[in-house]
Structures are given as C-alpha cells and as structure tokens.
Write a protein that binds this ligand. Sequence first.
Ligand code: FPP
Length: 246
Amino acid sequence: MARLKQKKEDALWQADPSLPKHVAIIMDGNGRWAKKRGLPRTAGHAAGAETFRRIATHCKDLGLDYLTVYAFSTENWKRPPEEVSAIMGLLDRYLHEAIEKMERDGIRLRVLGDTAPLSEELRALIARTEEISRGITGFQANICLNYGGRDELVRAARRYAADVAAGRANDLDEAGFASYLYTAGIPDPDLIIRPSGEERLSNFLLWQSAYAEFYYTSVLWPDFTEAELDKALRDYLGRSRRFGGV
Ligand code: FPP
C-alpha cells in the first residue's frame, strides 16, 4: 500500500513541469555525522558518498535533468592529508563503479573543476567516464571536484582575454561569458540545497546561483534521504520565482 502510494506520488512528481530541472547540493555535515557516532571523519565521507548514490538515482527517477554536487572545493586542500586522500579514494571508487554501470543506469557524469592537480589515475578515470557519458542521453550528475566559484570566474576571464588577444573573440555578453565556465551548456541550478544547518554558499556556483532558490535543512548529509529531497522539492514548488520581474 505504501509502495503504491509512493508510486502514485512519483508519477505525480514526474508530471509536474514546474519541478526544478537542475538541483545543486552542498554535501555538508559528514564530519559532524561521524563525530556524533565516535567514528573518524572519513567514515562520514564514506556515508556521504553513499547518500550521493541514492540521491542521484532519486533525481533521475523523478525526471530531473541535472544534479550538481560539491564534493571537494579549491579550499579543501587545507584539510589533513589523510582526509584529502580518503575523499579522493571515495571518488576513485565511485568513478570505477560508474564506468561499470553508468550505461545500464542511464546516468551521464561530468566532473567540474580544475582537475590538473589531481592524480594521473583519477584524471584518467574522469576522462573515461566523460567519454562513456557522451553516448548516454538523459539525466546528468555533475561532481564539482577541486572547484571554486571565484577560481572558475578568474579562469573564464583569463580564457576570454586570451581569445580576444588571439582574435577569436571580441564583444562579451552574459551568455558569451557563461560559455567560458565549467558549466558551459548546463542550465543554471534552479534549487540549491545545503544540509547540516550552515546557511552560506561557500564559493559554490557563484555565477550560476544568481536566480537560484535556496533550501537549508539541519539534517546532516549522510542522513539526507529521498524523503528529504522531496521535502525540498515541495518547498521549491511553493516559491514564486520572478527573476527580477513582478
Ligand atoms: C563537507 O562536509 C563534505 C566534504 C568536504 C566532502 C564531500 C565528499 C563526499 C561526500 C565523498 C565523495 C563524493 C562522491 C560524489 C562520491 P564536512 O566534512 O565539512 O562536514 P562537517 O562540516 O560536519 O565537518
């Protein structure tokens, strides 16, 4: 009975054209989740990676087009080296798995950020998953890795200046500038979710968030369930988006 109700609800969601096309999430609270259980912080990240798997599948099942998650920022290198390598290890494992099953699952993957400082192995995995993704249509998950909003804007400005100097570009408008960002070709997020009770953007999608709706919850990311996402979506559906109009 509960399953039937859930199925009906899912069908209803899928039919709703006002659902966001693109949801972005700051996966926060892994460390506190682990601390509460007397576990090392890295156990929190492992649980967080599991949550990402579940939520990505749920977004796809609901018919959303994009999910973008903040996995590692340009500032996260300041964390203890063992924590950094644990996060990289989880990404490595996730990409290995994705290569095996992303075609079956119908999930396209992109990694957004400066991949140059990452290990050669991780970069090869990213290249392989993006290559497989080109043959898949439908839902896309974007993992922001060594990503910083300010860094992205500075890089875009540099690349634009280089194109001007080389005679490849002249006048610049907003759409033209957006084409220099990591997110080129991806629509802006409609909804940005931050769990764990923190209410800030932390250098995430600075340009792209201009008209995003924000949703905060005190739930820690490893505890974030499909029902929590549904709650955020319901809240979003009640918002009036005016994009500067009336
Ligand atoms: C923020 O929580 C979380 C991170 C910096 C890492 C997020 C990484 C993962 C969930 C694992 C890899 C991801 C994928 C997509 C496989 P925090 O550590 O700042 O938590 P705290 O504020 O409670 O300390």
